[in-house]
Write a protein that binds this ligand. Structure first.
Ligand code: CAA
Length: 266
């Protein structure tokens, strides 16, 4: 693994086509200060600039106690309403950079994923977690509301009623409950098993046609929350785009010729 970009609070390591982005501010349980958010944004922008060299990303938190315990509460204490909006906008920009990356991003949660931390995980393509993890949107306990996408993506993940219950109660749930409601895709006994599982999933994805995976992600992100007719148009355009790729010709030819496809990513 080679370090790629390093800021004070966010590390990016590369291992072949896989990038591991680690939020490394354990003294504050990896809370998302404006600096951390800017570093995260820069990290995902730099991965996007690497184009097809990046086939998958694991996003995680350092220190063994938290993925991310939320937006930085101390940094919000004295904000004006306008500055509050601006801080939410910064969180949304990070979520947009994650969703805008063609390669899939798996949130690897080991510990607390609360408030802005859960919202960050929800911006990833899916969430894997250790059994020791806990999830929640505790904002209303602080007099705040979810600001980094919780009211948008949590209902999509778990349904409107369950999202309302989690947000209004500020209740923390464990990984098993989060998995039962579809918030977490898979749970693991410990951190090593979590990363082994996430890497195995990325390897499965890597065996497929990269342009198709990228188009599928783009369509899924763009169609989310849209009316059926608009979502269908987005899907139709994406389906057409796949026909522009060499990998589509190769994948279909390989099926017809009863052989393994040799994808190039083109
Ligand atoms: N912001 C800033 N600092 C934080 C933090 C946060 N979100 N979460 C934890 N920390 C800091 C603590 O202040 C503490 O620092 P000090 O040692 O300097 O006092 C350190 O991290 C360790 O935390 P605790 O001592 O509190 O650890 P604990 O084991 O007793 O409790 C916890 C762990 C239950 C996660 C608790 O830290 C906690 O409740 N954190 C806040 C969770 C939260 O409310 N998150 C939502 C934030 S608002 C938000 O995210 C808005 C949005 O949608 C954008």
């Amino acid at each position: 693994e080679t370090p790629q970009a390093s800021g004070p609070d966010v590390r990016v390591e590369r291992d072949g086509g896989i990038a591991i982005v680690t939020i490394d501010r354990p003294a504050a349980l990896n809370a998302l200060s404006p600096d951390v958010l800017r570093a995260l944004h820069a990290a995902f922008e730099s991965l996007a600039a690497d184009g097809s060299a990046v086939r998958g990303v694991l996003l995680t938190g350092a220190g063994g106690r938290a993925f991310v315990a939320g937006a930085d509460i101390r940094a919000m204490a004295d904000l004006t309403p306008e500055q509050g909006e601006e801080s939410a906008r910064l969180g949304h920009r990070v979520a947009g950079a994650i969703e805008g990356l063609a390669a899939p991003v798996i949130a690897c949660v080991d510990g607390f994923a609360l408030g802005g931390g859960l919202e960050l995980a929800l911006a990833c393509d899916f969430i894997y977690a250790t059994d020791a993890s806990t999830f929640g949107q505790p904002e209303v306990r602080l007099g705040l509301t979810p600001g980094f996408g919780g009211t948008v993506r949590l209902p999509r993940a778990v349904g409107l009623a369950r999202a309302k219950e989690l947000i209004y109660t500020a209740r923390r749930i464990d990984a098993a409950e989060a998995a039962a409601m579809g918030l977490v895709s898979r749970t693991f006994a410990d951190r090593d098993a979590l990363f082994e599982g996430a890497r195995a999933t990325l390897a499965e994805i890597e065996a497929n046609a990269a342009p198709a995976v990228g188009i599928a992600k783009r369509v899924l992100v763009a169609a989310a929350g849209r009316r059926t007719d608009r979502a269908a148009e987005i899907e139709i355009a994406g389906f057409g785009d796949a026909f522009r790729t060499e990998d589509m010709r190769e994948g279909v030819a390989a099926f017809i010729e009863k052989r393994e496809p040799g994808f190039t990513g083109a």
